[in-house]
Design a protein around this ligand. Structure first.
Ligand code: ACO
Length: 429
């Protein structure tokens, strides 16, 4: 096979190098297209065929349902690793040894405080504020309390900024939920593991002397965070990279990523799934009616939690999380009519021509909300939990982008507006 691609524009042939990734993926390097072709660009709305970078963090094959972080399969990581190990591997490239992991965790604990003035900012939000808006604002506000910018040429500086945000972010997550529930804010417990600490910070009640950990919930949350930890160049990650490419700081880039994640077509889907299931229940539980709505092109309704931009056979995360959802509900003895509706929809969609033809399968968010609900997390907090899991991925992608000294992200466009025309004074219009 030739390692060149030829493109003929107006009779002029241009050759472009074909680059192969380590998993034999092919890319046509069109970085010289404009200069070689006299200004032509490629047009690819939604970037469905456009690679924005070379990356060594996450590999996924949507056709085969493969997802690997730094070469480790998601199935193996979900079964054998814990979230902090996965975070370390994503950010720094390899799994940590015992000493590195211990240091990583203890450095994170050292930074597990936020300035008291952040509480005042949180207090100023109305109780009804959406937690994603609050989280994005508080993350951005951290910049004000940590004003020195990261020297990306210093490994030490980079490391310190990583442990700083990994220490502070779970506090913001927990406080956002406590604010929503009207509970007093509570700092963590440095004797606990990362995930146990998150749960305690979120759920410890004022009257409780001791918060008792439920190992089933710890395990389920650990898995959920691992499964959400990275997903290569999705909408929020691309946002983090593009904001960071202007050399805006890490916290500002993360805050932008949180906003991108919020939308129902991305991370907001887990909230949207639960709201959809609730609505179907309220409407009598007729799943067939909603299947028909989802297929009706004149109806904007979509089956939330179904379909994925890259997974066109199955979402490997959904497989793992489905098992975890059954475990959690079984162990907690929860009988949830919402779950029956979810199962009904899934069964119908999997054998429905419309869904099969378009390769629409349940994605990770179809099940994650069911677990969060069983854990007692309010629906509006689901996407915040997703953000907590995605944090190491965003950091890893930001770090990679800065270390590779990538140029500022700045797509081109094809202008389809008016051609030049003269200004007409208002009296004559
Ligand atoms: N329900 C009904 N029809 C759907 C759905 C759905 N959930 N998803 C896609 N389709 C249909 C589209 O109408 C389109 O049909 P057409 O070819 O007849 O026009 C076809 O399937 C392809 O859909 P696109 O929107 O072109 O696919 P795209 O890759 O752009 O979108 C997306 C993927 C956004 C995830 C979409 O499937 C969707 O909206 N799903 C529901 C929201 C959701 O669950 N998002 C979470 C994604 S996972 C995550 O971010 C963690």
């Amino acid at each position: 096979m030739s390692d060149k691609a030829t493109l003929e524009i107006n009779g002029q042939k241009n050759e472009f190098a074909i680059i192969k990734g380590t998993e034999n993926e092919l890319a046509i390097d069109i970085s010289s297209l404009r200069s070689a072709s006299g200004g032509a660009i490629t047009l690819d709305p939604g970037y469905k065929n456009t690679g924005s970078c070379e990356s060594g963090i996450t590999f996924l094959d949507g056709e085969k349902g493969i997802l690997r972080y730094r070469g480790y399969s998601i199935e193996e990581l979900a079964e054998k690793a814990d979230f902090l190990e996965v975070a370390y591997a994503l950010i720094f490239g390899n799994l940590p040894n015992a000493e590195q992991l211990h240091k990583f965790h203890s450095d994170i604990k050292t930074h597990s405080v936020v300035d008291d003035d952040v509480k005042k900012i949180l207090d100023a939000f109305p109780k009804a504020a959406h937690p994603m808006g609050v989280l994005s604002s508080l993350t951005s506000a951290l910049t004000a309390f940590n004003p020195s910018s990261v020297n990306v040429d210093s490994e030490e500086d980079m490391y310190n900024s990583v442990v700083r945000i990994l220490g502070k972010f779970p506090i913001l997550v927990a406080w956002t939920m406590r604010k929503k529930k009207g509970l007093p804010l509570y700092y963590g417990d440095s004797s606990l593991g990362y995930v146990e600490n998150v749960l305690k910070m979120m759920f410890k009640q004022p009257h409780e002397e001791k918060y008792i950990q439920n190992p089933i919930l710890v395990n389920a949350l650990d898995k959920l965070l691992i499964l959400h930890a990275d997903h290569e160049q999705n909408c929020s990650t691309s946002t983090v990279r593009i904001v960071g490419s202007s050399h805006a700081g890490l916290f500002a880039s993360l805050s932008a990523g949180i906003s991108a994640l919020w939308g129902p077509l991305h991370g907001g889907a887990n909230q949207a799934v639960l709201e959809m299931l609730e609505a179907i229940k309220e409407d009598g539980g007729d799943t067939k009616k909603y299947m028909a709505k989802a297929k009706d092109k004149s109806d904007p309704f979509r089956l939330m939690g179904f379909g994925h931009r890259v997974y066109k056979n199955f979402d490997p995360r959904a497989k793992i999380i489905k098992v975890a959802a059954d475990e959690v509900l079984g162990d907690l003895g929860i009988q949830d009519p919402i779950l029956d509706i979810a199962k009904g929809l899934e069964q119908e969609a999997l054998k429905d021509d419309y869904f099969v033809k378009r390769k629409l399968y349940p994605n990770v968010d179809f099940y994650s909300g069911i677990i969060y609900r069983a854990m007692g997390i309010p629906t509006e907090m689901f996407t915040v939990m997703f953000a907590l899991g995605r944090l190491p991925g965003w950091i890893a992608q930001w770090r990679e982008m800065r270390l590779r000294k990538e140029p500022i992200g700045r797509p081109r466009q094809l202008y389809i507006g008016e051609t030049e025309r003269s200004f007409i004074p208002i009296k004559k219009r």
